[in-house]
Design a protein around this ligand. Structure first.
Ligand SMILES: Cc1cc2nc3c(=O)[nH]c(=O)nc-3n(C[C@H](O)[C@H](O)[C@H](O)COP(=O)(O)OP(=O)(O)OC[C@H]3O[C@@H](n4cnc5c(N)ncnc54)[C@H](O)[C@@H]3O)c2cc1C
Length: 392
């Protein structure tokens, strides 16, 4: 049980999520790994149903819309547990876009957001392009006003969960209007004419969700599909980045805890040269370093969540989300690498949890802003505000 101070309610949420992960998800990891990330349909449906029944689904969405209305800290506790399972089996605990209710129209809320909270619809994000990754402002996708609608064009990469989504958030630059060149975001139903799947390349991890390349060719949508106003597009993306960076940090802490537990158990049991390998200082020190770094990452992540709940200035949040994501993701990569080493040859086998995490946590240093971009954000805030403001 965690020694970090938390209320009875928070501890109960943490335990509820932990039991779900241990009893329902972890037992199916190897099956998923051996089947291109897929498990039986009945099991997938069971996980989806249980995530809803256990009050974990849409934990970030307001209660009056059917979500769980959890605090940021409570969400971190759940995400940390979700991070303990491989093969994205934890993605059954879905978090819809929390920024949306404040900015979408009542019609958009009814048509897309509320069904997403109920688990009947599923979104995906089409932002990154062949020429625009870290530099989001370099996107070339366009949205041209035409009568009572817009015509969208562009090619998007790495569109996560395109295969399971029912609609996309498409980010483009406005063409030919007083807002020309500004970012805008649109709801686009997947079946809209002109939306075409180009490819679903294979990635390092073995997940059931694809990361698609999607072409938008003269896709006509009503003006009612615009999210907020022309020029608002980047604001939503930044808000989503902050949220996801914190949740990545939490998931990385969960992954590290699982890896440390499994590697420690193995090191106590595995005998070479007549003694358990944990008695070799080289092995013991890898475990000691791992658990020390996990503690540091967890304290950062928990404290940041508390800060957000306390309403700390958004610029400070921005820097702290980058620091937590940077440190926790790099920590999880070091821990996974050491765990593979401790398991020896077994650690290189796909049925081994360390092997799977070693591949899976790699992307946490890339998506939602690479480690290099996080360092730039932190350095920028440091130069503007000073160390005391961002860690004080
Ligand atoms: C599995 C996966 C899922 C994804 N899902 C989605 C999704 O659902 N929707 C979506 O829109 N996008 C998604 N992405 C895209 C992701 O956000 C980008 O890959 C990421 O932002 C990096 O962009 P890039 O890959 O184009 O790399 P680049 O920006 O080309 O970077 C290449 C290298 O240059 C470095 N670099 C770039 N700029 C700087 C700088 N200023 N200073 C120092 N170093 C720099 C980077 O850190 C990196 O090491 C996903 C990516 C992956 C791998």
């Amino acid at each position: 049980m965690s020694t970090y101070p938390m209320s009875e309610e928070e501890r109960e949420i943490q335990e509820r999520a932990r039991r779900f992960v241990d009893e329902e998800l972890i037992p199916h990891e190897v099956e998923a790994e051996m089947n291109a990330g897929r498990i039986a349909d009945e099991l997938r449906e069971r996980h989806h149903r249980l995530a809803i029944e256990l009050g974990l689904y849409a934990m970030n969405m307001p209660k009056d819309l059917g979500g769980q209305g959890m605090t940021t800290f409570q969400q971190v506790l759940v995400s940390e547990q979700i991070g303990r399972v491989t093969n994205a089996l934890g993605w059954c605990v879905h978090t819809p876009p929390a920024w949306a209710p404040a900015v979408v129209t009542p019609e958009q809320l009814e048509r897309w957001i509320v069904p997403t909270i109920r688990g009947e619809q599923h979104e995906c994000y089409a932002i990154t392009e062949p020429g625009a990754g870290s530099d989001v402002d370099a996107i070339e996708a366009t949205a041209r006003r035409d009568g009572d609608g817009y015509v969208l064009n562009g090619r998007k990469w790495h569109v996560t969960s395109y295969n399971t989504a029912t609609y996309l958030f498409f980010q483009a630059k406005i063409a030919e209007s007083p807002h020309a060149g500004e970012h805008a975001m649109f709801f686009v139903d997947k079946g809209t004419p002109g939306v075409r799947l180009v490819a679903e390349p294979r990635y390092t991890h073995t997940y059931p969700d694809s990361h698609a390349i999607v072409e938008f060719e003269d896709v006509r949508v009503p003006a009612a599909n615009l999210v907020g106003a022309e020029g608002d597009g980047m604001a939503f993306t930044y808000e989503w980045f902050r949220y996801e960076r914190l949740m990545i940090a939490a998931r990385c802490c969960g992954a590290a805890e699982r890896l440390i537990d499994e590697a420690t158990a193995f090191a106590k049991e595995r005998v070479q040269f007549g003694q358990p390998i944990i008695e070799f200082q080289a092995i013991a020190h890898m475990l000691a370093d791992s658990v020390t770094e996990l503690w540091a990452a967890r304290l950062m992540t928990y404290e940041l969540a508390r800060n957000i709940d306390r309403g700390v200035d958004v610029k400070i949040q921005h820097a702290q989300c980058s620091m937590a994501k940077l440190y926790a993701s790099e920590m999880a990569n070091r821990v996974a690498d050491r765990a593979v080493q401790i398991f020896g040859g077994r650690g290189y086998m796909r049925e081994n949890v360390a092997e799977r995490f070693w591949r899976e946590v790699r992307v946490d240093r890339i998506w939602e802003g690479t480690s290099e971009i996080q360092r730039s954000i932190v350095a920028d805030q440091l130069a503007k505000r000073g160390a005391r403001a961002i860690v004080g």
